[in-house]
Design a protein around this ligand. Structure first.
Ligand code: AMP
Length: 139
């Protein structure tokens, strides 16, 4: 992790302005400055972990507690009934700010919101058994 505070830490400290929508002891939420759709919100742990796997359990638990409440408020405020959560980890996965954040992206009826295509394939019994065992062995 960089020694410099992230842009989100500077925002949380009040050193950079933002449109804040939520704050508690562990979590901060703000409107994204380049929204995919109206209401696009970033939910950020105050703990400056670069990626999700680096978060402490305490911070992750607080984030998990706050997320549904923030999502309900976004639904009520925007009038949408659908939304996507996006959470990028690592540069190749599209992460541009090295401080964990969850994008909450309302999907508006006129199509505004996230559009994506997924390249999926089918999982064979053999590959599934081997991969699940490999992951379990690291837990
Ligand atoms: P990601 O590509 O997942 O790392 O997303 C980073 C997000 O942070 C982008 O959607 C940016 O528009 C957003 N962002 C960067 N700087 C600011 C800022 N000062 N205020 C609000 N959102 C920001």
């Amino acid at each position: 992790m960089s020694a410099e505070p992230s842009i989100f830490t500077l925002i949380i400290r009040g050193q950079i302005p933002s449109h804040k929508v939520y704050e508690d002891d562990h979590v901060f939420a703000l409107l994204d400055i380049n929204p995919f759709s109206p209401g696009h919100t970033l939910v950020v742990p105050k703990e400056e972990a670069a990626t999700l796997d680096a978060m402490s359990e305490e911070s992750a638990a607080a984030l998990g507690r706050a997320l549904p409440r923030i999502c309900r408020a976004i639904l009520a405020a925007t009038g949408v009934d659908s939304y996507n959560i996006v959470q990028n980890n690592g540069e190749s996965a599209g992460q541009t700010v090295d401080h964990v954040h969850f994008h909450v992206i309302p999907k508006h009826r006129d199509g505004r919101g996230l559009s994506f295509s997924i390249n999926s394939s089918s999982l064979s019994e053999e590959d599934g058994a081997e991969m699940a065992e490999r992951i379990r062995s690291h837990l």
